[in-house]
Design a protein around this ligand. Structure first.
Ligand code: ASP
Ligand code: MG
Length: 457
């Protein structure tokens, strides 16, 4: 059910909210869209870097110093926005919010501890202050507006602090109730990204980068036609331009491809961004202010465009392999190796075992490799495995729906047939294929794979 026609949810990320003039630019852009007949909901992140500072307010002994830094950054932004025509009440909203944050920081200092619940509350202030400033900037442009925390806008979550889970059945009705009539009157709700709350009113956050998720949740509940994620790059790129000079903006892609890029760390979407939109025809556009929200990358459930979309270099990985004939046919070896990794806090990024069972290779972050090798050496001593070997590798993933077809998998492998390939990681249905190489220049393999990708369009 749609709240109204022509509704777009615009999310402005921290990367483009660096100073007061950025808020003014965003507000002018929103005004243009409103004047052009769009109904608009604005979702804002905290200013660039603020959430990191707030997590220091929660955890560091320097909290008072950091707190002052946060408040002075926002005060400077308010001053730059200018407050012509803004009612006094709006300005005092900011003072109230900063006084509350100071109180919380003081309480943490006194108690000497931060519960997860208090930590979420502290983190929420970045978005709250940002939305107060955004609504000031909009008002200065003559746009009728009202700001909401995510919870006030109706997003209800469980109490899994730090990474709370939205409860859709409750949120759907509330969001419509809180926002629809305002939107229909032509006003622009400004909603804090990232911040939500439990049914009984505790503040929660949706996990780092969560403003994307807020935007798609609101779009789903309001039946918007499009979500626009504004960033400082022109769209989702086909590769990192620093490594691959002819990287370009991807025109269209599917939710699956976009999620894969997020999981691989190539694009910093919140991992759950697309979840609320599955089964709807709401599109996401990753775009920038420079293009006035046009162009960029259009992401829809069905996607489209060329079969292969992007090449991603996964940096600083190593492969730790355990080898030994006594592993063959022995039950529990893989379990023991995986349990050892878990015990020493090493995340297994990839895992390969040939069917002969003669070895097991784990792809891990390079910083973890030595720790893992040391822990596995204990198993060597027990005599089950003969040796533990570690190698630094370059891992490159190719992403695209086309990879569901195994013919593309063999084709991609062909492109790098001259290179020292060590591991191929792919499973039927995957929309990415990851290859690791020993002793190669990462930019060279990325360029080879990328030119292959470009041959398809
Ligand atoms: N401010 C939060 C963060 O830095 C949420 C967001 O920007 O999306 O993670
Ligand atoms: Mg983000």
């Amino acid at each position: 059910m749609s709240c109204c026609k022509n509704l777009v949810v615009l999310k402005f990320g921290g990367s483009i909210l660096r100073s007061g003039s950025d808020y003014v630019r965003v507000a002018q852009h929103v005004k243009e869209l409103v004047d052009a007949g769009f109904r608009v909901v604005v979702v804002v992140s905290a200013m660039k870097g603020i959430t990191d500072l707030l997590s220091l307010v929660a955890s560091s002994r320097e909290r008072v110093k950091v707190l002052k830094e946060v408040i002075s950054k926002y005060l400077l932004a308010i001053r730059e926005v200018g407050c012509d025509g803004v009612p006094k009440g709006q300005l005092s909203a900011f003072s109230e919010v900063s006084a509350e944050l100071a109180k919380v920081a003081w309480a943490i200092d006194v108690l000497g501890e931060v519960t997860p619940r208090v930590r979420d509350y502290v983190l929420s202030f970045g978005e709250v202050m940002s939305s107060v400033i955004m609504s000031l900037a909009l008002r200065s442009q003559g746009v009728s507006t009202k700001w909401f925390t995510g919870r006030q806008a109706g997003i209800v979550t469980d109490d899994n602090y730090g990474e709370a889970n939205p409860i859709h059945e409750v949120s759907a009705g509330l969001v419509r109730e809180r926002l629809c009539s305002l939107i229909r009157e032509g006003a622009v709700p400004v909603v804090t990204g990232f911040v939500a709350g439990t049914l009984d009113g505790s503040v929660t956050v949706l996990g780092r980068g969560g403003s994307d998720f807020t935007a798609t949740l609101l779009a789903r509940h309001l039946g918007a036609s499009e979500v626009r994620l504004y960033t400082d790059v022109p769209g989702v790129m086909s590769a990192d331009p620093e490594l691959v000079p002819n990287a370009r903006v991807i025109d269209v892609m599917s939710f699956n491809e976009a999620m894969e890029l997020a999981y691989l760390g190539a694009k910093k979407f919140h991992p759950r961004t697309f979840e609320p939109l599955v089964g709807t025809d709401i599109a996401v556009r990753v775009t920038s202010l420079h293009t006035k929200g046009e162009g960029g990358t259009l992401i829809t459930e069905e996607g489209g465009g060329p079969p292969l979309k992007a090449v991603v270099v996964l940096n600083d990985l190593s492969v730790v392999s355990v080898v030994g004939a006594r592993m063959v046919g022995r039950l529990g070896t893989a379990a023991e190796i995986a349990a050892t990794a878990a015990r020493v806090g090493v995340n297994i990024i990839g895992i390969v075992q040939p069917v002969s069972e003669i070895s097991i290779s784990l792809i891990v972050n390079r910083v973890d490799a030595t720790r893992l090798v040391n822990a596995l050496t204990a198993i060597v001593r027990k005599g089950v495995v003969r040796d533990v070997v570690v190698e630094d590798v370059v891992a490159v993933s190719v992403v695209g729906e086309g990879l569901k077809d195994p013919r593309f998998v063999s084709e991609v492998i062909n492109w790098v047939s001259e290179e020292p390939l060590s591991i191929v990681s792919w499973y039927r249905g995957d929309v990415s294929l990851t290859l690791t190489f020993n002793n190669v220049d990462k930019s060279r393999v990325a360029r080879i794979l990328h030119s292959g990708v470009l041959r398809y369009g």
